[in-house]
Design a protein around this ligand. Structure first.
Ligand SMILES: *Cc1c(COP(=O)(O)O)cnc(C)c1O
Length: 378
C-alpha cells in the first residue's frame, strides 16, 4: 500500500470539510439558496483579501484571472512594466504581448527579489507606463517580494499596481487596500485549500477608472459584465457552483483560525523547512527573500534532482516539486501552504532524507527532522 501526501505549491491538500462540501448534490445557481452562498463568498473573499473593494469569482485557473487583469485595463499599444524573476513573472509578459501591449521588462535574477526602487526609477523614466505587473510569491523560485514598498512606489503615479497573489493569498500577509494594490489576482488551489478551478480578482477605484479606456478585446472575462451581475449578487455566466460552496467552508475554517494565526503558522513551517535544509547541507535558493509558502533548495552537486523528486513521489507517495524551466533538475521545492501542518513537514523531510541517503548523499541521518522539530518546539 502506498499512502499519498501532497507538498506541492498547488494544488495543495484539502481539509475534510472541503471534501465533504464538494460531495454534496449540485444546486441551481439562479436561486435564493445559491444567492445566499454567493453573497457569503463575496464577503469572505473581502476578508481574505483585506479589502473593501469587490472581489470577483471566475471559473478558471489562476491564469484566467491574470488574463482578466490584463485585458480589462489596457489597450493594444499601451506600455507596462512586467517584473520577471521567474516563470510566473514571465507569464505577465507573455499575456501582455498576446494582446499587443508593450512590455518594459524588469529582469530580476532568479532567486532574488525585485528592488522596489528599481520599479520607482523605471516609472519615473517613462510617465506613459499604465500598469506594473508583479508577483507576490514567485512560486518557481520561492521568492517573496516587499509588496508594501512596491505599493508605495506606484501609489502616486498614474499607473496601477497589479499583483499575482495566486500563491500567497491566504497564507502570507497581503493588505490589498493598505498597501495600495489596485488589482490582485489569485486562484483556489493554493492558500485557499480548494481544488483548482476558481480565479479571483479584486479591483480598486483607481483601476476601475483605467478600465474605462481599455480597448483590449474581452467577452467571458469582462469585468464590466462581472460587476453588473455582482450588483444583484449574481454571475454573468454559470459559476463553478460546487467550488463556490466549498469556498465558503474553506473561508469558515480560515476565519476560525484568524489571518494573523494563519500567517504565523506558515512562517513557522517555513522556518522549520529552511532549518531542515540547512541541517542537511542543502543550500537555499533564495536566502535573502525566502517566502513562507514554498521553500526552494538546490539539489546537491552530483545528484539527479528529477530522480530525487520522482522517487519520493512514485516509490514513497510524497509529492514535492522540482525546478522549472532553467532550474529543471536543479531545485527541490517543498510547499508549506494551505492545509499543511507541522507533521506534514516532518514527514516530507523524513522522506527526503531517506531518498537522499539511498542516492548516496552523505549527511547525518535525522539531522533535517531534528532541526525542524527544534523549530516547532520553540
Ligand atoms: C500557480 C501559480 C500560477 C498559475 O496558476 P494556474 O492556476 O496554474 O493558472 C500563477 N502564478 C503563481 C505565482 C502561481 O504560483
Amino acid at each position: 500500500m502506498k499512502k499519498n501526501y501532497l507538498l506541492t505549491p498547488g494544488p495543495t491538500p484539502l481539509p475534510a470539510e472541503v471534501c465533504e462540501a464538494l460531495a454534496r448534490p449540485i444546486i441551481h445557481h439562479r436561486t435564493p439558496q445559491f444567492q445566499a452562498i454567493l453573497k457569503e463568498a463575496h464577503e469572505g473573499l473581502k476578508y481574505v483579501y483585506q479589502t473593501t473593494s469587490n472581489v470577483f469569482i471566475l471559473a478558471s485557473s489562476g491564469t484566467g484571472a491574470m488574463e482578466t487583469a490584463v485585458i480589462n485595463f489596457l489597450s493594444p499599444g499601451d506600455t507596462v512594466i512586467t517584473v520577471e524573476g521567474g516563470k510566473f513573472g514571465e507569464r505577465w509578459t507573455e499575456i501582455c504581448l498576446a494582446y499587443g501591449i508593450n512590455c518594459e521588462v524588469l529582469k530580476v535574477e532568479w532567486g532574488k527579489a525585485v528592488d522596489p526602487k528599481d520599479i520607482e526609477k523605471q516609472l519615473k523614466s517613462n510617465p506613459k507606463i499604465k500598469a506594473v505587473f508583479t508577483t507576490l510569491c514567485e512560486t518557481s523560485t520561492g521568492v517573496v517580494v516587499d509588496m508594501q514598498a512596491i505599493g508605495a512606489a506606484v501609489k502616486d503615479t498614474s499607473a496601477i499596481l497589479v499583483v499575482d497573489a495566486i500563491s500567497g493569498l491566504g497564507a502570507i500577509d497581503l493588505k490589498t487596500d493598505a498597501w495600495n494594490c489596485d488589482v490582485v489576482v489569485s486562484g483556489s488551489q493554493k492558500g485557499l485549500m480548494l481544488p483548482p478551478g476558481l480565479g479571483f480578482i479584486s479591483v480598486s477605484p483607481k483601476a476601475w477608472k483605467l478600465s474605462e479606456t481599455s480597448k483590449c478585446p474581452k467577452y467571458y472575462f469582462s469585468l464590466k459584465a462581472a460587476q453588473k451581475a455582482y450588483e444583484s449578487t449574481d454571475t454573468p455566466w454559470t459559476p463553478a457552483i460546487g467550488l463556490i460552496i466549498a469556498l465558503n467552508d474553506a473561508i469558515k475554517l480560515m476565519k476560525q483560525d484568524g489571518l494573523e494565526n494563519i500567517f504565523k503558522r506558515h512562517n513557522k513551517m517555513a522556518d522549520a523547512t529552511r532549518a531542515a535544509m540547512k541541517a542537511l547541507g542543502l543550500e537555499l535558493f533564495s536566502p535573502t527573500a525566502a517566502s513562507d509558502v514554498v521553500t526552494a533548495a538546490k539539489v546537491p552537486a552530483g545528484l539527479d534532482g528529477e530522480k530525487l523528486v520522482k522517487t519520493m513521489r512514485d516509490i514513497h507517495g510524497v509529492t514535492i516539486a522540482g525546478g522549472q524551466s532553467e532550474m529543471k533538475g536543479k531545485l527541490i521545492r517543498i510547499a508549506h501552504m494551505g492545509y499543511i501542518g507541522e507533521f506534514d513537514i516532518i514527514l516530507g523531510i523524513s522522506c527526503l532524507e531517506k531518498v537522499l541517503a539511498q542516492m548516496g548523499y552523505k549527511f547525518q541521518m535525522g539531522a533535517g527532522v531534528k532541526a525542524a522539530e527544534e523549530v516547532f518546539l520553540k
